[in-house]
Write a protein that binds this ligand. Sequence first.
Ligand SMILES: [Zn+2]
Length: 331
Amino acid sequence: MKIRLLVLALLCALLGASAFTLTRSVDEYPLLNPQLVAEITYLSKEYNALPVHHYVVTAANAPAFTLEWQIESAPFFRDTGIISSYTMANVVYTFSDDPNEAFHLLGQTDCGGEVAGFAVQNPSPTIWLNGRVFNPVSPWYQSDFWLPTIIHEIAHDQGVCVGDSPYVESSTQVVTLEVMAAMVNSGNLEALHGLLYEWRSIVEGALMSEAVKSPKALAQFQRFVASVDGSPEAIAFSKGQVAGRFWTKTGIEELKGILTRYELAPYEMVKNGLRVGYLAANETATVDSEGRQAYATILSPNGQALPLDDLRYLFNHLDALVAAAQLQPRR
Ligand SMILES: [Zn+2]
């Protein structure tokens, strides 16, 4: 069984983006959820304030660099309480000449069996990551999505892997965020780049999942996202044409499903978890097209609830953490 993480952030940000008038006012986007627009505007301000940073993965150092981050992140998975022992993941980088895989697939994990626990089924988990991240001639080179991608795939390997696929993916996204938040709070400010990138993408996806229901709202979404993205407009526009063709061919229903499992559901789970104080363990919940019943729970291999205490602390101290990251020398 292959669990795939798609490149949603790029698609959300760039789908048909044709913004020529860039504004930052909520009033400019009357068809969009004002709370989400304000949240994305704030997150963009924080993310864009970070120093230009790259996860310095290269073809030459990829195995060691990846192992370093796996070693550093491993105890934080156990610290969440949702697993009791950590299984080292075997990570390899690959490349596909299939445009859909090359342009849209960040990584995938072999979860072994669908019924029994993954660690029992397959003691040698394997993760494939898209090699474009270490190719210096690729626009994906050393992107900030490198870290959330590998943390996401490792989370699958630790057992957030067995069950209804949408629930597996939404739960994995939340575990990824909490693990990275714990790393940042422990002093790893490099993890803040990946975390802010991923969380902003998730909030954008939550906004987009509402906007895709109306062409006018989608146009406003595209304009808004381009206004806060920071990418050159001409590039955003041409990439948007590619993304638009992809989703026209793949289908809007597929897009809605992906937005729900990777973006909207994780967003609602985080908000619910912060409100209640934790996400209850639930092995069997599903996320349907609305997905509401799963938003208060998480797929927890250890059967333990997931307190979102590290995400709460990070959100409450984001200004100070970004300021600290600004002072950190690039290695
Ligand atoms: Zn996944």
